[in-house]
Write a protein that binds this ligand. Structure first.
Ligand SMILES: Nc1ncnc2c1ncn2[C@@H]1O[C@H](COP(=O)(O)OP(=O)(O)OP(=O)(O)O)[C@@H](O)[C@H]1O
Ligand SMILES: [Mg+2]
Length: 250
């Protein structure tokens, strides 16, 4: 069974950072792991510290441009399927699929319809899949990923941030994507707002999985443009991520 984890939340809360830090746990024990960057801004490769050769966006574009040129008896789904496999960037410890940005104004419904079936099959090749999403839930309504085991809502810990968490949970209930568990992770937490965050989560009946502190090492790495995948063990964020991974049984 593949464990599918998606990380969502408002812009700038730390979705990509949390995804990169959780990857450290996912890749252990030689697990086969697929990381998906579903944000058109494509920040996950930098956070993981890797170079990518292809995006799924390029393959989608190809299908859209070429679909009328295929011989009538060709199986377009299998052509696209081989293109999706081409788009997977193979790293030493994991695979990385980058969605990229749609280039043209064209209608992608046709390609997205084909992609849905392909993605459903693709994820079964892995022990775990983790998806770094763009802010908002639009990608879920496109339903490229039919089922999610753990939806992690990252908030910045403010009351407003928590309400977004609550709103997302309501939205999830209305979506057709099946989501088994919804959790909240507060990020960039300080000593002064920690208690308030815990109280807010309680008031809203949200499952607060952890509170990741503001981390000086992450801030330094940001300045130098360094990845977050290999943060040292003394990083305060990593310590809390270890607890979170433990709670999630990763
Ligand atoms: N715990 C933390 N301590 C210090 N800095 C952090 C922490 N978590 C994230 N950051 C920094 O905050 C900034 C925003 O984080 P990140 O890019 O992960 O957010 P995001 O939610 O993915 O943003 P976007 O919505 O743009 O995709 C980054 O510079 C990141 O390194
Ligand atoms: Mg991001």
């Amino acid at each position: 069974m593949t464990r599918i984890i998606a990380v969502t939340g408002k812009g700038g809360t730390g979705k990509t950072a949390i995804t990169a830090m959780l990857m450290r746990h996912l890749v252990k024990d030689d697990n086969l792991v697929l990381a998906v960057d579903a944000d058109p801004d494509t920040n996950l490769p930098d956070a993981l510290g890797c170079e990518i050769d292809h995006t799924l966006g390029e393959m989608r574009e190809f299908m859209l441009n070429e679909r009328d040129n295929f011989p009538p008896d060709s199986n377009k789904e299998s052509v696209l399927e081989s293109k999706v496999y081409e788009a997977i960037n193979e790293m030493d410890d994991y695979d990385l699929l980058v969605m990229g940005r749609p280039e043209g104004p064209g209608c992608y419904c046709y390609v997205n319809n084909l992609l849905r079936g392909i993605m459903t099959r693709l994820v079964t090749n892995y022990d775990a899949v983790i998806i770094d999403t763009e802010a908002g839930l639009e990608h879920f309504s496109r339903k490229l990923i039919p089922e999610i085991d753990d939806l992690i809502v990252v908030t910045d810990g403010s009351k407003r941030g928590m309400q977004t968490g609550e709103r997302i949970r309501q939205l999830v209930g209305e979506l057709e994507t099946k989501v088994k568990n919804v959790y909240v992770v507060a990020n960039k937490v300080t000593e002064s707002n920690r208690e308030l965050i815990e109280q807010n989560a309680k008031d809203l009946d949200l499952r607060l999985l952890g509170a990741v502190p503001v981390d000086k090492i992450i801030e330094e790495r940001d300045l130098k443009g360094l990845p977050l995948f290999d943060l040292p063990d003394e990083s305060v964020a990593i310590k809390e991520i270890n607890n979170i991974a433990n709670d999630l049984n990763l």
